[in-house]
Design a binder for this molecule. Structure first.
Ligand code: UDP
Ligand code: MG
Length: 323
């Protein structure tokens, strides 16, 4: 039995040594083979150099080096697709996710769970999560992090999900399987700074909603209908006033109507445009990431683990999406 531990790393030079130390300690306590799959997501500092050093010293370590920064979700996907384990753990590199929890994950996995996810204990679900859950047809466990163990059959299913707009927590929730949560308390970053900007977080939330829900489209239609209703009411009022012989002060009313109508139309167009943008991204069918270098035993990234272990090496420039 092999356990893969996948960590996406972007500018994490201050954390690599400590991460590797703590992961090794956990691996030593496990009675199964372990591989560490580090993904360098086009770091600008010397993260890649440090990861290569780790891989030289530790035969359990593998490194997927991406050709540029593709973002957390793409890096995670790259790691999962390159992992060969019977179970795959994903976690962040900044030690906010306590590595010891992996021992609990494995225990639960052995009990027969296909998905063991970590959730932050004692934290109220943030508004964002509640909104996402309200809009999506699936439920993302509140305050779950990208810290979880997946069984091979779930990993294989995940690898067959080709969408470009990736909100992995939502995809995992969509997959289902027998699952259980394990609570933990989030820690401070060990070193370095958070690389997600507010803009990225907002974009992620937008992706999540757009990828999993068509409610905004329906809301646009409802908004249009409501405006039409108001317009009709207003028309009825004007007709009534005309018959009653009142003079109607047209200017302000007209300007208002035009502004409101124009606004509603632009908002609805904007919503539709967002969806068209997503469709465009999907039909281009670009790879999710591009591999510059793979350091580790020969392996073809694929959905199937055991087949993976001894197929031809991953070529440099290898991309995802076609398997
Ligand atoms: N990360 C990445 N690519 C990016 C941004 C982040 O691979 O473009 C990694 C980062 O190295 C870390 C994880 O994703 O291991 C989570 O990032 P971060 O700690 O910045 O986010 P937070 O934990 O604050 O949500
Ligand atoms: Mg973090």
């Amino acid at each position: 039995m092999l356990l893969s531990i996948v960590t996406p790393c972007y500018n994490e030079s201050g954390n690599i040594a400590e991460l590797h130390r703590q992961l090794s300690a956990v691996a030593d306590r496990l009675d199964m083979d372990v591989e560490f799959v580090f993904v360098d997501d086009g770091s600008r500092d010397n993260t890649l150099v440090l990861l290569k050093e780790v891989a030289q010293r530790d035969p359990r370590a593998r490194v997927v080096s991406l050709s540029r920064n593709f973002g957390h979700q793409a890096a995670l996907t790259a790691g999962i697709q390159h992992a060969a384990g019977d179970a795959v753990v994903v976690m962040d590199a900044d030690l906010q996710h306590p590595p010891e929890l992996i021992l609990d994950f494995v225990a639960r996995w052995r009990e027969g769970y296909d998905l063991v996810y970590a959730y932050r204990e004692g934290v109220k679900p943030r508004l964002g999560y509640r909104l996402i859950n309200a809009l999506m047809k699936i439920t993302v466990p509140a305050e779950s992090a990208d810290f979880r163990l997946m069984d091979r059959k779930m990993v294989d299913a995940f690898c067959r999900m080709p969408e470009r707009a990736r909100f992995i927590r939502g995809m995992i929730a969509w997959l289902g399987f027998k699952q259980i949560g394990v609570g933990y308390t989030d820690r401070q970053r060990f070193a370095g700074q958070r690389s997600y900007t507010l803009r990225q977080t907002a974009r992620m939330a937008l992706y999540a909603v757009l990828a999993f829900s068509s409610i905004p489209l329906r809301a646009a239609a409802v908004l249009g209908l409501a405006t039409l209703g108001l317009g009709l009411l207003y028309a009825a009022y004007i007709l009534y006033a005309w018959f009653a012989g009142h003079t109607i002060q047209g200017w302000t009313a007209q300007t208002m109507t035009i502004l409101i109508l124009g606004g509603v139309q632009l908002v609805c167009l904007g919503v539709i445009a967002e969806y068209i943008g997503r469709i465009f991204e999907e039909v281009k069918h670009r790879p999710l990431y591009v591999v510059r270098e793979w350091i580790g035993p020969p392996r073809t990234p694929a959905g199937t683990a055991h087949a993976t272990r001894d197929r031809q090496p991953v070529a440099a420039g290898d991309v995802s999406g076609e398997w």
